[in-house]
Design a protein around this ligand. Structure first.
Ligand code: 5GP
Length: 238
């Protein structure tokens, strides 16, 4: 799908922690060609089996601050008390290689990217409800109770931003979510190519369209209610 003349598609994926985002992102990277993962820089310590240069580049606060000073970040933000940032280099590399780029970043970072790259495609992943999110956070069990509560509060604040995203993916059934995320990624490429769609391609775009912000209203109301958020009404006219 990549051609030297094609502008890379930048995909932004955000989700509250515990939404199953990492699993979905890994599946997509395995099954979609010509898609690069933007490896962020962070000042948080590596967890479990994380390896420097694979999930993140783990650096110190002074190193991070030096990079900010040198204007090497496309965006950066503080999340849970640590710095996280996307280096400009990743976008330049993707452009040079004519490959698309996937950013796994929080809502603050997404806002910064949307301002700089209005053509970016943004996807927000939601848990099916608050109870499921809480269960998933507990199952990970690496976090203490107060950390779990803090993550739930943060999740609610992040979810309030869902209207800023082009697509909303409710991660209920993993296999179905993978299929939909793949359809969103491929569908955007097909639409941007501007060619008539073959039958199979039209099906991909149709599946992606079901996840568009304007088309998910009914599915969202019970989820928002479980987070005690009032339905925000006319989402797509915000
Ligand atoms: P974790 O520490 O659990 O891997 O990530 C915590 C949060 O930081 C997640 O919401 C993740 O998407 C976000 N994040 C990871 N990398 C970046 C980045 O480069 N920029 C921003 N703004 N957020 C990031």
């Amino acid at each position: 799908m990549s051609s030297s003349s094609r502008k890379p598609v930048v995909y932004i994926i955000s989700a509250p922690s515990g939404s199953g985002k990492s699993t979905l992102v890994n599946e997509i990277l395995k099954s979609v060609t010509d898609l690069e993962f933007s490896i962020s820089y962070t000042t948080r310590a590596p967890r479990g089996s994380e390896v420097n240069g694979r999930q993140y580049y783990f650096i110190t606060r002074p190193e991070f601050e030096r990079m900010i000073h040198e204007d090497r970040f496309l965006e950066h933000a503080q999340v849970f008390g640590n710095y996280y940032g996307t280096a400009r280099k990743f976008l330049l590399d993707a452009e040079q290689k004519s490959r698309d780029l996937l950013l796994d970043i929080d809502v603050q970072g997404a806002e910064q990217i949307q301002r700089q790259l209005p053509d970016a495609t943004s996807i927000f992943i939601l848990p099916p409800d608050r109870k499921t999110l809480e269960e998933r956070l507990r199952k990970r069990s690496e976090d203490r109770e107060e950390v779990i509560q803090r993550r739930l509060d943060t999740a609610t604040r992040e979810i309030e931003n869902y209207q800023r995203y082009d697509y909303i993916l409710v991660n209920d059934q993993l296999e179905e979510s993978i299929k939909r995320l793949r359809a969103i990624v491929r569908g955007e490429r097909l639409l941007r190519a501007g060619q008539p769609l073959a039958e199979e391609q039209a099906k991909i775009v149709a599946l992606a369209n079901r996840c568009r912000l304007a088309n998910v209203g009914d599915r969202l109301q019970p989820i928002l209610a479980s987070f005690k958020m009032a339905p925000l009404g006319d989402a797509h006219h915000s």
